[in-house]
Design a protein around this ligand. Structure first.
Ligand SMILES: Cc1ncc(COP(=O)(O)O)c(C=O)c1O
Length: 393
């Protein structure tokens, strides 16, 4: 009954964990959920006001396939003011979440059988999207020693005459690490010199802690020409359910994406687009407040690992709301096919949920989300500490 395409899809490990947490909660088990991939804040009122406005003023009919013009103008203003980038509204395509933007971008630029390089560890959906669209996902291992940031050295042996695109995530889900401007410059210049497109997923751009964020497209005009910037409101403005993502690219690519979208979904919900416009225009303070809250949690966690759990090393978290913790010290003590699944299952027995790194291609690691209250973070980490100490005893 099913197509080969559908049969080839792997179930999402992150959604699998969420389903187990939901079942445990429904059974009355007070599980501490540090597996979440979405902000723990409600959508700010300044954004909700846009949705209310759309409903009350009948902004509820078909709009432009590439997305509402007013919203695309607001995105251009944001890209100019915050990232120093010059784009016109015809270079912007608004889609139903960043995931949908990535799908449209790959569909518009990559042919059947062409290769897309995806650094490992990766966000779970990249390989699935690429393969679903008939292209080949080439998984390239990065090194723990430099925080899993892709380098020219990592990538150069994986380039072939079929390589069409490289996907970069900055800051990264799952590692929480972020590139410096110099690291990005070196890597992206190399890719452009090899005529490779860059899909730069910048969805966590507003959640950075140590260094100012640099968009790949801001590196040079030459790099900008070869880059599709992906961004959205899900993480920065806590609008996951509104489903708004967008891309900035050349006019040629944007037109192709708009055309694809016109046949598949027409455009995202007009109510959500209005809310996104208000979010970009009015929610700067609310977004900054959330960032500062994540930063306090990040600082607490880094301190906790340093002082309370020195047995485990973590990737230095510079952005997003994840900490990637290396569990390999437990490998000799635990017999299991997958170390990260075993650790996460044991921790679920202790009523704390993390995501096993195997889902991101890194089985030595678990992903700890701090999109959760400080009380939950403290209790969850105490239980992890007890588990690690007992296992190592
Ligand atoms: C790196 C990355 N890109 C894209 C997305 C998808 O964002 P959206 O919910 O806007 O589709 C996520 C969500 O988890 C993500 O972590």
């Amino acid at each position: 009954m099913l197509s080969n395409r559908a049969k080839a899809l792997s179930p999402s490990i992150t959604l699998g964990i969420s389903a187990r947490v939901k079942t445990m909660k429904a059974e009355g088990i007070p599980v501490i959920n540090l597996s979440i991939g979405e902000p723990d804040f409600v959508t700010p009122d300044c954004a909700k006001a846009g949705g209310t406005y759309a409903i009350e003023n009948d902004v509820t009919k078909y709009d432009a396939a590439s997305g509402n013009l007013g919203l695309r103008q607001e995105i251009c203003r944001k890209l100019k003011d915050e990232n120093g980038l010059d784009y016109t509204p015809e270079q912007i395509v608004v889609s139903s979440g960043a995931k949908h933007s990535i799908t449209n971008a790959v569909m518009a630029t990559v042919n059947d059988g062409e290769e897309v390089i995806i650094p490992v560890p990766y966000w779970v959906s990249y390989p699935e999207i690429v393969e679903l669209l008939g292209a080949k996902a080439v998984l390239v291992q990065t090194k723990k020693d430099n925080g899993f940031l892709l380098t020219v050295e990592d990538v150069k042996d994986h380039i072939s005459d079929k390589t069409r695109m490289v996907i970069l995530t900055n800051p990264s889900n799952p590692t929480g690490n972020a590139f410096t401007r110099d690291q990005l410059q070196e890597l992206c210049q190399f890719l452009v010199d090899h005529n490779i497109l860059i899909l730069s997923d910048e969805i966590y751009e507003r959640i950075v802690y140590d260094e100012p964020f640099t968009s790949v497209a801001a590196l040079s005009d030459e790099i900008k020409e070869k880059t599709i910037v992906v961004n959205g409101l899900s993480k920065s403005a806590s609008m996951t359910g509104w489903r708004i993502g967008y891309t900035a690219s050349t006019v040629q690519i944007a037109k192709a994406m708009g055309s694809i979208q016109s046949h598949l979904t027409s455009h995202p919900s007009t109510v959500s687009m209005q809310a996104a416009k208000y979010a970009l225009r009015d929610c700067g303070d609310a977004i900054e407040h959330m960032r500062q809250t994540y930063q306090k949690r990040r600082d607490f966690i880094v301190d906790f690992f340093e002082k309370e759990l020195p047995q485990l090393s973590i990737v230095p978290p510079k952005g997003a709301f994840y900490v990637f913790a290396d569990m390999s010290v437990l490998r000799d003590k635990l017999t299991a096919e997958s170390l990260s699944m075993k650790v996460c299952e044991d921790m679920l027995d202790r009523e704390v949920a993390f995501v096993p790194g195997i889902g991101f291609g890194a089985d030595d690691f678990i992903r700890i989300s701090y999109a959760a209250s400080m009380d939950d973070i403290k209790e969850g980490l105490q239980r992890l500490k007890a588990y690690v100490e007992e296992t190592l005893r």
